[in-house]
Design a protein around this ligand. Structure first.
Ligand code: UDP
Length: 246
């Protein structure tokens, strides 16, 4: 499915972009920054305009995380359902930003809420993608005790994406937090097993194991700089590629 490579053309035909909830938060410390949503939507528009099919999974950590609720005494499953509902709010905000940027977008929720958005149906998601619509997968997997990283790996595999593009605040995977440790080493390539055994902060273990077991490449790149998504798709951005053999 890869688009044959000219230097300026995108390397992939269909990708799944994982955005954390915090990516929508901006400098506010909580909630949704509409300006940030608009900037991210402009990045996605650039990718869509080159013919790349884009699926998106958005987290909910800018609003609520199940673990935080459980740490304060809530029942973990109930807290996780709240976390999943938080991702739906983010997805609706992001769909709105995409539509304002004249990008056709649909939200598909793993928890049915038919008066708000479509329910996730794999065949419908594939149809939307083939039609060039951005599909935003909301409500995680629909199950507590999972994360939206695992959702991203699952939906990428189900919808036959060639790569899971994990957007972060830094330009790849480091041996330590580069904002705290000036000696942190950045990796260009890693294997799934290296990520798991060295406990590198890429995505949670379940997501990496799912990617490994299904040969789904993961690219970690920075979304902080505008235009970087397209650069990454062209192979021009600094990033870390996680595959079977580095
Ligand atoms: N969540 C869940 N099941 C899923 C996906 C997410 O229960 O399949 C809940 C979980 O409580 C999680 C919250 O939704 O903390 C928000 O997702 P996540 O923490 O992955 O968001 P991110 O860190 O990417 O913003």
């Amino acid at each position: 499915m890869a688009v044959s490579g000219t230097t300026s053309g995108p390397r992939y035909k269909r990708i799944l972009l994982k955005l954390s909830g915090e990516a929508l938060m901006g400098k506010g410390g909580y909630g949704i920054d509409i300006g940030v949503c608009q900037a991210l939507a402009a990045d996605i528009k650039q990718a869509v305009d080159t013919g790349v099919e884009v699926a998106v999974v958005i987290g909910g950590g800018n609003i609520f995380r199940g673990l935080a609720g459980a740490a304060k005494g809530m029942d973990r499953a109930a807290a996780d359902y709240m976390g999943m509902l938080a991702t739906v709010m983010n997805a609706l905000a992001f769909q709105n930003a995409l539509e304002q940027a004249e990008v056709d977008a649909r939200v598909m929720s793993a928890i049915p809420m038919p008066t708000v958005c479509e329910s996730y149906v794999r065949s419908k998601a594939l149809h939307h993608l083939q039609e060039g619509r951005v599909v935003i997968f909301a409500a995680g997997t629909g199950n507590p005790f999972f994360t939206t990283d695992t959702t991203a790996a699952l939906r990428a595999i189900e919808t036959e994406c060639e790569v899971l593009a994990k957007a972060t605040q830094v330009d790849g995977v480091y041996s330590a937090d580069p904002k705290k440790d000036p000696n942190a080493k950045r990796y260009d390539r890693l294997s799934y097993d290296e990520v798991l055994t060295r406990n590198l902060k890429v995505m949670d273990g379940a997501a990496i194991a799912l990617a490994r077991d299904n040969d789904l490449p993961v690219i970690v790149f920075s979304i902080e700089e505008s235009g970087n998504l397209l650069k990454m798709l062209r192979g021009e951005a600094r990033s870390t590629l996680v595959t079977t053999s580095p």
